[in-house]
Design a protein around this ligand. Structure first.
Ligand code: PRP
Length: 209
C-alpha cells in the first residue's frame, strides 16, 4: 500500500463541495475541514499494526487489540493546524510536532520558520497534515524533515492536491502514502490549485485580504 490514495466516499464529496464554496464562512470552513480530516484519517490509519491487550469487561476477560506503533502528527503551519484536532481525537496518544512554513509569493518555494522535530528516537508512523498540496514543495520539506528524524512510515493527509503536486511526490517519494479528498487538474500562474478552494490558511483563520 503505497502511493496516492484518492478517497471515494459520498461524505467526502458532500463536505468538500461546501468547503470549496466561496461564501462558506470561516467557522463552517473549519468544521468542514475537521469532517474531511476525520474521513481522511480513517483511510490513512486503516492498516496500522495492532498488538493483543487483555481487558476485563464487566462480564469476563478477553483479548482485545491496541495500537502497536508510536505515532507523530506533523501539521504544516498554518493551515495544517486545521486538521490537528480531529487527528488527535482519533489518536489521543500521538505526539504533535509543528513545522512552520510559508510559500514565498514570488518563487512559490517553501520558507521554513519553525521546526523542533527531534534528531533521535523517531516515531514509527508520521502523519503530515496540510489541507493543500499545490506544487508539493511544502510537503516535500516536511517529508525530508521526517526522514532526517528517521521516521520510516510517512503518510500525508491533504484535502486537495494538484495533479502536478501528486505526480512530483509519486516520482520523488514512491514509498510515501498520500491520502487526498480530491486531485485538481492544474496550478495557475500564482501556483494556486484550480479549481481548489483559495487559500486554506486564510479561510481557516479569517485573514482574507
Ligand atoms: C499554503 C498551503 C500549503 C502550501 C501549499 O500555505 O497551506 O502549506 O501553501 O503549497 P505548495 O504545495 O506549493 O508548497 P501558505 O504558504 O499559504 O501558508 P499558510 O498556511 O500560513 O497560509
Amino acid at each position: 500500500m503505497t502511493g496516492v490514495h484518492l478517497i471515494h466516499h459520498p461524505l467526502v464529496e458532500h463536505h468538500l463541495t461546501i468547503l470549496r464554496e466561496k461564501s462558506t464562512h470561516p467557522s463552517l470552513f473549519r468544521q468542514q475541514t475537521h469532517r474531511l480530516a476525520t474521513l481522511l484519517a480513517s483511510a490513512a490509519t486503516a492498516d496500522l499494526p495492532l498488538r493483543p491487550l487483555n481487558v476485563q469487561t464487566p462480564l469476563c476477560q478477553i483479548e482485545g487489540q491496541t495500537l502497536a506503533v508510536r505515532i507523530a502528527i506533523v501539521p504544516i503551519l498554518r493551515a495544517g493546524l486545521g486538521l490537528v484536532e480531529p487527528l488527535q481525537e482519533l489518536l489521543p496518544d500521538a505526539e504533535v510536532w509543528h513545522l512552520g512554513m510559508y510559500r514565498d509569493e514570488k518563487t512559490a518555494q517553501p520558507i521554513e520558520y519553525y521546526c523542533k522535530l527531534p534528531d533521535q528516537d523517531p516515531c514509527d508512523v508520521g502523519f503530515v497534515l496540510d489541507p493543500m498540496l499545490a506544487t508539493g514543495g511544502s510537503v516535500v520539506s516536511a517529508i525530508e524533515a521526517l526522514q532526517r528524524w528517521g521516521c520510516g512510515d510517512i503518510r500525508v493527509l491533504s484535502v486537495i492536491a494538484s495533479q502536478p503536486g501528486v505526480d512530483r511526490l509519486n516520482r520523488d517519494f514512491p514509498e510515501v502514502n498520500i491520502f487526498v479528498a480530491a486531485i485538481d487538474p492544474i496550478l495557475n500562474d500564482q501556483k494556486f490549485i484550480v479549481p481548489g478552494l483559495g487559500d486554506a490558511g486564510d479561510r481557516i483563520f479569517n485573514t482574507m485580504r
